[in-house]
Write a protein that binds this ligand. Structure first.
Ligand code: SF4
Ligand code: FES
Length: 316
């Protein structure tokens, strides 16, 4: 089948029919890739919820060069031959990203200093680049008490952005989904109805897919800031999953086990709960060597930008 030509931020790329703008941009890589808070390439049907990935389609296709009338979700829109897309070159898309970031933060607490996700949080990164300096709202934020869902996972609903990724993990990776989004609108919340009910073999992957600190690892909570730990690739023989993980060490101590993530913060493979929670001795693992984490969080030690405005420039 002939490849389709698409231009994103003045860079041309050829992709197969059926490719989304997001994945065409990922093929180019670098700053043209829109941020994704809900799309997750390994979860079928993900995307289309958060709107952080909106881009401008300046030319629909070679056959019909009219621009699309509204910004479109790049994770859900398929490319056409001759399509011209603007992401960081579109002031309109940048303005909308700022508005979406403000919206996602409407109810989100500013508790990064006590949140285990700090340093790995996509919302933290997004706010750093697109967030406003001051809040414009005076309304009270909705608040929930943190609860245990299963003995290993802590849900802090205050931080949830309702991206549905964890629900899709429940649907697609575990044997039986026992949680979901209850209520609608301002009352929507992730819940199990019966607390402590999430105990599937693969439920721990919800922690890894959660883009914020709403689902955290009870066995790691408050043990260390993530940037004080050192990641190592390791594996073990496992009957349930590939056994390929990242060990997060502090000195000799193994503090946390996670799946291996790619540069977009997505898991390369889902791992089972045995590997994640029940093998916390280094002797349980064959250590392959240090892992380079490609995706630098804004809070990684010594990785602050001197001028946050440099992170995104409108390229004309
Ligand atoms: S708990 Fe996390 S993964 Fe689940 S919907 Fe909320 S933000 Fe998304
Ligand atoms: S990543 Fe596209 S709408 Fe959320």
């Amino acid at each position: 089948m002939p490849l389709l030509k698409v231009t994103i931020d003045n860079i041309e790329v050829e992709v197969e029919a059926g490719t989304t703008i997001m994945n065409a941009a990922r093929k180019i890589g670098g700053s043209v890739v829109p941020p994704a808070m809900c799309y997750y390439s390994k979860l079928e049907g993900s995307g289309g919820k958060c709107r952080t990935c909106l881009v401008k389609v300046a030319q629909g296709s070679a056959k019909d060069p009219r621009p699309m009338p509204k910004l479109v979700a790049s994770c859900r829109t398929l490319v056409q031959d001759g399509m011209v897309v603007q992401n960081i070159t579109s002031p309109e898309a940048m303005e909308s990203r700022q508005a979406i970031t403000e919206f996602l933060l409407l109810n989100h607490p500013l508790d990064c200093p006590v949140c285990d996700q700090a340093g790995e949080c996509h919302l933290q990164d997004l706010s750093y680049v697109h967030g406003l300096q001051e809040t414009r709202t005076v309304e009270e934020r909705r608040t929930f008490k943190p609860i245990d869902i299963g003995d290993k996972i802590k849900l802090n609903m205050n931080r949830c952005i309702l991206c549905y990724r964890c629900v899709m993990v429940g649907d697609q990776i575990t044997e039986k989904r026992v949680h979901g989004v209850l209520g609608r609108g301002d009352h929507a919340e992730i819940s199990t109805h019966i607390q402590r009910a999430v105990d599937n073999d693969f439920s721990g992957n919800m922690i890894d897919v959660c883009p914020v600190g709403a689902l955290t690892d009870n066995t790691f909570r408050f043990k260390s800031r993530v940037w004080f730990t050192k990641p190592f690739d390791a594996h073990r023989e496992c009957k349930k999953c590939s056994g390929k993980v990242v060990l997060w060490m502090k000195g000799e101590e193994l503090l946390r086990v996670t799946g291996r993530k790619d540069k977009y913060g997505e898991l390369e493979e889902f791992i089972c709960n045995d590997c994640r929670f029940d093998h916390k001795e280094t002797g349980d693992w064959v250590i392959e060597g240090p892992r380079t984490i490609e995706r630098h969080s804004v809070i990684s030690q010594n990785h602050y930008l001197t001028n946050p405005g440099d992170a995104v420039r409108i390229v004309k």
